[in-house]
Design a protein around this ligand. Structure first.
Ligand SMILES: Nc1ncnc2c1ncn2[C@@H]1O[C@H](COP(=O)(O)OP(=O)(O)OP(=O)(O)O)[C@@H](O)[C@H]1O
Length: 238
Protein backbone atom coordinates (compact mmCIF):
# COMPACT_ATOMS: atom_id res chain seq x y z
CA UNK A 1 0.00 0.00 0.00
CA UNK A 2 1.35 3.43 -0.96
CA UNK A 3 1.72 6.08 1.74
CA UNK A 4 1.58 5.66 5.49
CA UNK A 5 -0.10 2.69 7.10
CA UNK A 6 -0.56 2.55 10.86
CA UNK A 7 -2.00 -0.77 11.95
CA UNK A 8 -3.22 -1.57 15.49
CA UNK A 9 -0.52 0.62 17.01
CA UNK A 10 -0.22 0.67 20.79
CA UNK A 11 2.13 2.90 22.79
CA UNK A 12 2.64 2.38 26.52
CA UNK A 13 4.54 4.28 29.17
CA UNK A 14 5.14 1.81 31.98
CA UNK A 15 1.71 0.42 32.75
CA UNK A 16 -0.21 3.31 31.14
CA UNK A 17 -1.56 2.93 27.61
CA UNK A 18 -1.31 6.23 25.69
CA UNK A 19 -2.25 4.86 22.24
CA UNK A 20 -4.58 1.89 22.18
CA UNK A 21 -4.69 -0.10 18.95
CA UNK A 22 -4.93 2.74 16.43
CA UNK A 23 -5.20 2.04 12.69
CA UNK A 24 -4.93 4.83 10.14
CA UNK A 25 -3.87 5.12 6.51
CA UNK A 26 -2.60 8.31 4.88
CA UNK A 27 -2.50 8.29 1.08
CA UNK A 28 0.32 9.96 -0.88
CA UNK A 29 -0.31 13.71 -1.05
CA UNK A 30 -2.99 13.55 1.62
CA UNK A 31 -3.03 15.75 4.75
CA UNK A 32 -4.63 14.14 7.81
CA UNK A 33 -5.21 16.02 11.06
CA UNK A 34 -5.11 14.17 14.38
CA UNK A 35 -7.61 16.02 16.57
CA UNK A 36 -8.34 15.45 20.22
CA UNK A 37 -8.09 16.84 23.75
CA UNK A 38 -4.89 17.22 25.73
CA UNK A 39 -3.48 13.87 26.82
CA UNK A 40 -5.48 11.73 24.36
CA UNK A 41 -2.31 10.34 22.78
CA UNK A 42 -1.89 12.45 19.64
CA UNK A 43 1.79 13.24 20.19
CA UNK A 44 2.52 9.69 21.28
CA UNK A 45 1.03 8.35 18.03
CA UNK A 46 2.98 10.88 15.97
CA UNK A 47 6.18 10.04 17.81
CA UNK A 48 5.58 6.34 17.25
CA UNK A 49 5.20 6.97 13.50
CA UNK A 50 8.43 9.01 13.54
CA UNK A 51 10.26 6.19 15.31
CA UNK A 52 10.80 8.26 18.46
CA UNK A 53 8.62 6.01 20.63
CA UNK A 54 8.77 2.19 20.62
CA UNK A 55 5.60 0.29 19.66
CA UNK A 56 4.09 -1.91 22.33
CA UNK A 57 2.00 -3.45 19.55
CA UNK A 58 1.05 -3.12 15.90
CA UNK A 59 3.07 -1.84 12.97
CA UNK A 60 3.95 1.27 11.03
CA UNK A 61 4.69 0.89 7.31
CA UNK A 62 5.47 3.30 4.48
CA UNK A 63 4.89 2.40 0.84
CA UNK A 64 4.30 -1.15 1.99
CA UNK A 65 7.61 -1.50 3.86
CA UNK A 66 7.48 -2.19 7.60
CA UNK A 67 9.51 0.44 9.49
CA UNK A 68 10.28 -1.72 12.54
CA UNK A 69 13.99 -1.36 13.17
CA UNK A 70 14.34 1.63 10.81
CA UNK A 71 15.79 4.51 12.88
CA UNK A 72 14.27 8.00 12.88
CA UNK A 73 16.81 9.54 10.49
CA UNK A 74 16.43 6.74 7.93
CA UNK A 75 12.64 7.06 7.60
CA UNK A 76 12.87 10.15 5.37
CA UNK A 77 10.14 11.81 7.43
CA UNK A 78 10.17 15.49 8.33
CA UNK A 79 9.28 16.71 11.81
CA UNK A 80 7.96 20.04 12.99
CA UNK A 81 6.98 20.94 16.54
CA UNK A 82 5.12 23.67 18.39
CA UNK A 83 8.30 25.48 19.17
CA UNK A 84 10.04 25.34 15.78
CA UNK A 85 13.32 24.46 17.49
CA UNK A 86 15.36 26.60 15.14
CA UNK A 87 19.08 26.87 15.79
CA UNK A 88 19.37 30.32 17.37
CA UNK A 89 22.99 30.81 16.35
CA UNK A 90 22.44 30.00 12.69
CA UNK A 91 20.84 32.56 10.40
CA UNK A 92 17.58 31.75 8.62
CA UNK A 93 19.26 30.46 5.47
CA UNK A 94 21.50 28.06 7.37
CA UNK A 95 18.53 26.82 9.38
CA UNK A 96 16.66 25.95 6.19
CA UNK A 97 19.82 24.41 4.70
CA UNK A 98 20.28 22.15 7.74
CA UNK A 99 18.44 19.14 6.33
CA UNK A 100 20.26 19.50 3.02
CA UNK A 101 23.73 19.20 4.50
CA UNK A 102 23.75 15.42 4.30
CA UNK A 103 22.68 15.51 0.65
CA UNK A 104 25.17 15.57 -2.20
CA UNK A 105 24.22 19.06 -3.34
CA UNK A 106 26.61 21.74 -4.52
CA UNK A 107 26.51 25.10 -2.80
CA UNK A 108 24.66 26.81 -5.66
CA UNK A 109 21.96 24.10 -5.71
CA UNK A 110 21.63 24.29 -1.94
CA UNK A 111 21.30 28.08 -1.96
CA UNK A 112 18.72 27.83 -4.74
CA UNK A 113 16.70 25.27 -2.77
CA UNK A 114 16.83 27.48 0.37
CA UNK A 115 15.67 30.51 -1.65
CA UNK A 116 12.86 28.46 -3.21
CA UNK A 117 11.62 27.29 0.20
CA UNK A 118 11.80 30.76 1.76
CA UNK A 119 9.82 32.10 -1.18
CA UNK A 120 7.26 29.34 -0.68
CA UNK A 121 6.65 30.31 2.95
CA UNK A 122 6.52 34.05 2.19
CA UNK A 123 9.99 34.93 3.49
CA UNK A 124 11.90 35.55 0.28
CA UNK A 125 15.21 37.28 0.95
CA UNK A 126 15.36 36.36 4.67
CA UNK A 127 18.49 34.20 4.33
CA UNK A 128 20.80 36.41 6.42
CA UNK A 129 18.29 37.31 9.15
CA UNK A 130 19.31 36.20 12.67
CA UNK A 131 16.69 33.87 14.17
CA UNK A 132 16.14 35.94 17.37
CA UNK A 133 14.94 38.91 15.27
CA UNK A 134 12.04 36.91 13.83
CA UNK A 135 8.46 37.02 15.09
CA UNK A 136 6.84 33.80 16.33
CA UNK A 137 4.95 33.39 13.06
CA UNK A 138 8.09 33.96 11.00
CA UNK A 139 9.96 31.40 13.07
CA UNK A 140 7.30 28.78 12.36
CA UNK A 141 7.43 29.61 8.66
CA UNK A 142 11.19 29.05 8.74
CA UNK A 143 10.68 25.78 10.63
CA UNK A 144 8.22 24.66 7.92
CA UNK A 145 10.72 25.60 5.17
CA UNK A 146 13.45 23.70 7.00
CA UNK A 147 11.28 20.61 7.42
CA UNK A 148 10.29 20.60 3.74
CA UNK A 149 13.73 21.36 2.27
CA UNK A 150 14.93 17.71 2.07
CA UNK A 151 11.61 16.71 0.40
CA UNK A 152 10.48 14.33 3.17
CA UNK A 153 8.14 11.58 1.99
CA UNK A 154 5.98 12.31 5.05
CA UNK A 155 5.81 15.45 7.18
CA UNK A 156 4.78 15.06 10.83
CA UNK A 157 3.62 18.30 12.47
CA UNK A 158 2.93 18.40 16.22
CA UNK A 159 0.81 21.43 17.15
CA UNK A 160 2.98 23.65 14.93
CA UNK A 161 0.78 26.73 15.40
CA UNK A 162 -0.26 26.36 19.03
CA UNK A 163 2.19 28.89 20.42
CA UNK A 164 0.82 31.66 18.17
CA UNK A 165 -2.12 33.95 18.85
CA UNK A 166 -5.47 33.01 17.36
CA UNK A 167 -5.55 35.47 14.47
CA UNK A 168 -2.09 34.54 13.27
CA UNK A 169 -2.91 30.88 13.77
CA UNK A 170 -5.89 31.09 11.44
CA UNK A 171 -3.88 32.84 8.75
CA UNK A 172 -0.95 30.48 9.04
CA UNK A 173 -3.21 27.42 9.01
CA UNK A 174 -4.38 28.50 5.55
CA UNK A 175 -0.81 29.12 4.46
CA UNK A 176 0.38 25.75 5.76
CA UNK A 177 -2.46 24.09 3.86
CA UNK A 178 -1.51 25.76 0.59
CA UNK A 179 2.20 25.00 1.06
CA UNK A 180 1.47 21.31 1.76
CA UNK A 181 -0.95 21.00 -1.15
CA UNK A 182 1.29 23.02 -3.48
CA UNK A 183 4.26 20.77 -2.76
CA UNK A 184 2.18 17.57 -2.82
CA UNK A 185 3.40 16.79 0.69
CA UNK A 186 1.90 13.84 2.57
CA UNK A 187 1.37 14.99 6.15
CA UNK A 188 -0.03 14.22 9.59
CA UNK A 189 -0.90 17.38 11.53
CA UNK A 190 -1.59 17.13 15.27
CA UNK A 191 -3.89 19.76 16.77
CA UNK A 192 -6.43 20.19 19.56
CA UNK A 193 -8.20 22.94 17.55
CA UNK A 194 -11.07 21.64 15.39
CA UNK A 195 -11.22 24.80 13.26
CA UNK A 196 -7.52 24.47 12.47
CA UNK A 197 -7.95 20.78 11.63
CA UNK A 198 -10.76 21.62 9.20
CA UNK A 199 -8.65 24.27 7.44
CA UNK A 200 -5.48 22.21 7.16
CA UNK A 201 -6.61 18.67 6.48
CA UNK A 202 -8.28 16.56 3.79
CA UNK A 203 -9.43 14.22 6.54
CA UNK A 204 -9.61 14.56 10.31
CA UNK A 205 -8.91 11.65 12.66
CA UNK A 206 -10.68 12.32 15.96
CA UNK A 207 -8.90 10.77 18.91
CA UNK A 208 -9.95 10.27 22.52
CA UNK A 209 -8.31 8.32 25.34
CA UNK A 210 -5.82 6.61 23.02
CA UNK A 211 -8.37 5.50 20.42
CA UNK A 212 -9.66 6.83 17.12
CA UNK A 213 -13.36 7.72 17.29
CA UNK A 214 -13.88 8.71 13.64
CA UNK A 215 -11.85 9.52 10.54
CA UNK A 216 -13.62 11.65 7.92
CA UNK A 217 -13.45 14.75 5.77
CA UNK A 218 -14.13 17.96 7.76
CA UNK A 219 -17.57 18.48 6.15
CA UNK A 220 -18.62 14.92 6.80
CA UNK A 221 -17.52 15.17 10.44
CA UNK A 222 -19.65 18.26 10.90
CA UNK A 223 -22.74 16.85 9.21
CA UNK A 224 -22.44 13.27 10.44
CA UNK A 225 -20.45 13.01 13.67
CA UNK A 226 -20.27 9.35 14.69
CA UNK A 227 -21.03 10.07 18.36
CA UNK A 228 -21.85 12.78 20.90
CA UNK A 229 -18.20 12.78 21.91
CA UNK A 230 -17.10 13.62 18.36
CA UNK A 231 -19.75 16.34 18.14
CA UNK A 232 -18.44 17.77 21.41
CA UNK A 233 -14.87 17.97 20.08
CA UNK A 234 -16.13 19.76 17.00
CA UNK A 235 -17.85 22.36 19.12
CA UNK A 236 -21.27 21.22 17.86
CA UNK A 237 -22.48 20.41 21.36
CA UNK A 238 -21.73 20.81 25.02
N1 LIG B 1 7.33 10.13 28.12
C1 LIG B 1 6.21 9.85 28.77
N2 LIG B 1 6.22 9.12 29.91
C2 LIG B 1 5.09 8.81 30.58
N3 LIG B 1 3.86 9.19 30.16
C3 LIG B 1 3.78 9.91 29.04
C4 LIG B 1 4.94 10.28 28.28
N4 LIG B 1 4.52 11.00 27.20
C5 LIG B 1 3.18 11.08 27.28
N5 LIG B 1 2.73 10.43 28.37
C6 LIG B 1 1.32 10.27 28.78
O1 LIG B 1 0.62 9.65 27.70
C7 LIG B 1 -0.66 10.23 27.52
C8 LIG B 1 -0.78 10.78 26.13
O2 LIG B 1 0.08 11.90 25.98
P1 LIG B 1 0.32 12.64 24.60
O3 LIG B 1 1.35 13.68 24.80
O4 LIG B 1 0.54 11.63 23.54
O5 LIG B 1 -1.11 13.32 24.37
P2 LIG B 1 -1.53 14.53 23.47
O6 LIG B 1 -2.89 14.22 22.98
O7 LIG B 1 -0.50 14.80 22.46
O8 LIG B 1 -1.59 15.70 24.52
P3 LIG B 1 -1.21 17.26 24.39
O9 LIG B 1 -2.17 17.84 23.42
O10 LIG B 1 -1.40 17.78 25.78
O11 LIG B 1 0.21 17.29 23.93
C9 LIG B 1 -0.82 11.28 28.61
O12 LIG B 1 -1.48 10.69 29.69
C10 LIG B 1 0.63 11.59 28.99
O13 LIG B 1 0.73 12.01 30.32
Amino acid sequence: MAGLEVRDVTVRYGGATAVDGVSLAVAPGEVVALLGPSGCGKSSLLRAVAGLEPLAGGRVAYDGADLAGVPVHRRRFGLMFQDGQLFPHRDVGRNVAYGLETQPLGRAARDARVAELLDLVGLAGYERRPVPTLSGGEQQRVALARALAPRPRLLLLDEPLSALDRQLRERLANEVRSVLVGTGTTAVFVTHDHAEAAVVADRVAVMDAGRLLQVAAPDELRTAPASDRVAEFLGLRG
